[in-house]
Write a protein that binds this ligand. Structure first.
Ligand code: SF4
Length: 213
């Protein structure tokens, strides 16, 4: 299944037979498909088991990910780890990546504030996401947040109505739609935060239990 050729709004990418994630990461190091490489420290490519059955797709690296070069190592990543554990989803079954591989930010004094990637940046970077999925051929992709969902399925599929559902797009792996863990960190009210976190763990539990028909 050539997922890259079918992925949401992305361009097709020919991935040679036998090409590995390590080779792909090496190629992506020199990517200039959009301007985000200019100000970021380094590319943050996906990581995890190359035999992963489940691929988790976030939005983009944050400040700590940009500095360390690894995805989901900041506050949202630590929260994701805890929720995965509660959901009974073994990280060894997973590969974790982002829709956009370079950190986008707005400088504010000494701080770098997260800035949302735009549709063009997501479309350009979906080239790499498609290539990762093409190599991994996972049984399930979990989209964490709207940017990942857009990268996979384009602008017509919206997060809120599809949240918690497993979609079965043609010619690509099933997609479980859920929120990004950073959303949980932004919720002010304790009751709402608790409810949203419980629902997030429940979504991840569906991924843990998922068996292709
Ligand atoms: S964000 Fe993606 S498309 Fe843009 S330069 Fe980085 S790797 Fe390339």
């Amino acid at each position: 299944m050539n997922i890259a050729a079918n992925i949401g709004p992305a361009l097709a990418l020919d991935v040679a037979d036998g090409e590995s994630i390590a080779e792909l990461r090496h190629q992506a190091d020199g990517c200039t498909r959009c301007d985000l490489y200019r100000n970021a420290t380094q590319i943050v490519f996906g990581e995890g088991s190359v035999k992963a059955e489940i691929v988790l797709v976030g939005e983009q690296p944050g400040d700590q990910e940009d500095l360390s070069g690894r995805p989901f190592v900041g506050p949202a990543g630590r929260l994701l780890d805890r929720c995965l554990e509660e959901a009974g989803l073994d990280r060894r079954r997973c590969y974790v990546t982002n829709a956009v591989k370079h950190f986008k930010f707005t400088p504010r004094g000494k701080r770098r504030l997260h800035a949302k990637p735009n549709a063009g940046e997501i479309r350009r970077c979906a080239w790499w996401l498609g290539a990762e999925l093409n190599i991994l051929q996972p049984k399930l992709v979990v989209t964490l947040g709207a940017s990942a969902l857009y990268a996979l399925l384009g602008p017509k599929v919206k997060l809120t109505p599809e949240r918690g559902r497993i979609l079965h797009p043609e010619n690509r792996p099933p997609v479980l739609v859920t929120i990004h863990p950073s959303y949980l960190l932004r919720i002010r009210g304790e009751a709402d935060q608790h409810r949203q976190r419980r629902d997030f763990v429940s979504d991840l539990h569906k991924a843990a239990e998922y068996r292709p028909q």
